[in-house]
Design a protein around this ligand. Structure first.
Ligand SMILES: [Zn+2]
Length: 330
């Protein structure tokens, strides 16, 4: 799963490696960029290099294989993964300070002696899901991690993080994959040429819709937003917009993804009105119907941004959707 041939970000990976080898890598890094582009892989690759018998994350040796199990291990001799848990999808204090993840908590783990010729890597996945107490507990150690320990905070929603956490980390910005890179991975995962235009347009250089089910869901949501904007009632269209309660993805994250699809739809409406090509080109005719309506974009855009800012604290998906959808019905 860490086949170097299948993921991009070459320049960032090279630079991180050079700084690590030169002893110049910051102790606390914040990896920021869209969801589903491989930020976590880049973080894990740093740890994998040190477990690899060939020291290059070859993907073949017994050391690399430690990182190729399903599910991925949470703890290895040089790596600790901190992942959100539960329906709310939070990183809780029991993980940071208690024994929930490792005995004595994360901070103690960070201070233990590292194995020979290796650093200690602590990867916080979806770091925006640190709850307030956990975040405050980590402030001091992020400010000055123990020698040989690196914290890698990975997030696609940095705006949801405490400023005090962000300011203690060096920010590394990741760009989406090139369309061809993303599609090559999709093809290898079984997607067919007939789906390429729709898959690539919706995925926008990410792998978040690699699984057919997540893609179909996003496509249904886009169709639902298009229908509402074209005049369908909210009740008719809203079922696919509501969070899937059986999903492992936190509800607020599902809602954010759903609202972001509407943002993209509205950007395309603006593009069409300016005589430009839409990014969601396979849905151009539906978009044109919406663009021809006397729909003002400001009210829905404001409603979406307000909803996104408050998602973590507002569990009422239906009322959020209704509020946003109503702004489309001018
Ligand atoms: Zn190896």
């Amino acid at each position: 799963m860490f086949d170097p041939a299948i993921f991009g970000h070459q320049a960032i990976r090279q630079r991180l490696l050079e700084r690590l080898e030169g002893g110049k890598l910051s102790g606390s890094l914040l990896f920021v960029g869209p969801a589903g582009i491989g930020k976590r892989r880049v973080a894990m690759e740093l740890a994998q290099r040190e477990l690899c018998f060939r020291r290059n994350a070859c993907g073949q040796c017994a050391g690399c294989q430690l990182l190729q199990t399903e599910p991925l291990p949470l703890e290895l001799p040089n790596l600790l993964r901190i992942v959100p848990e539960g329906k709310a999808g939070l990183i809780k204090i029991g993980t940071v300070r208690g024994d929930d993840l490792v005995e004595g908590g994360v901070i103690r783990w960070a201070h233990q002696a590292s194995m020979a010729n290796a650093h200690r890597w602590i990867v916080l996945e979806d770091a925006h899901r640190l709850n307030g107490a956990s975040a405050n507990m980590l402030l001091k150690i992020l400010e000055e991690p123990p020698s040989g320990t690196h914290f890698l905070l990975v997030t696609h929603r940095p705006e949801m993080m405490l400023q005090t956490i962000r300011s203690r980390c060096e920010r590394i910005s990741f760009q989406p994959l090139k369309a061809a890179e993303a599609w090559a991975i999709a093809k290898a995962a079984g997607w067919e040429a007939a789906d390429e235009a729709r898959w690539s347009a919706l995925s926008a250089g990410t792998l978040r819709y690699l699984e057919a089910e997540t893609f179909q869901r996003a496509e249904a949501q886009l169709q639902a937003w298009l229908a509402i904007a074209a005049g369908a009632t909210i009740a008719e269209a809203s079922e696919s917009l509501l969070p899937d309660k059986t999903s492992d993805t936190a509800q607020s994250e599902q809602m954010a993804q759903c609202l972001e699809l509407l943002l993209r739809l509205l950007s395309d409406v603006a593009r069409l009105r300016e005589g430009r090509k839409p990014e969601l080109a396979p849905w151009q005719s539906e978009l044109e119907v919406v663009a021809s309506k006397p729909l003002e974009l400001k009210a829905p855009l404001d409603a979406i941004h307000t909803a996104l800012r408050h998602l973590a604290r507002n569990p009422f998906a239906e009322s959020i959707l209704r509020e946003v959808a109503l702004t489309l019905r001018s």
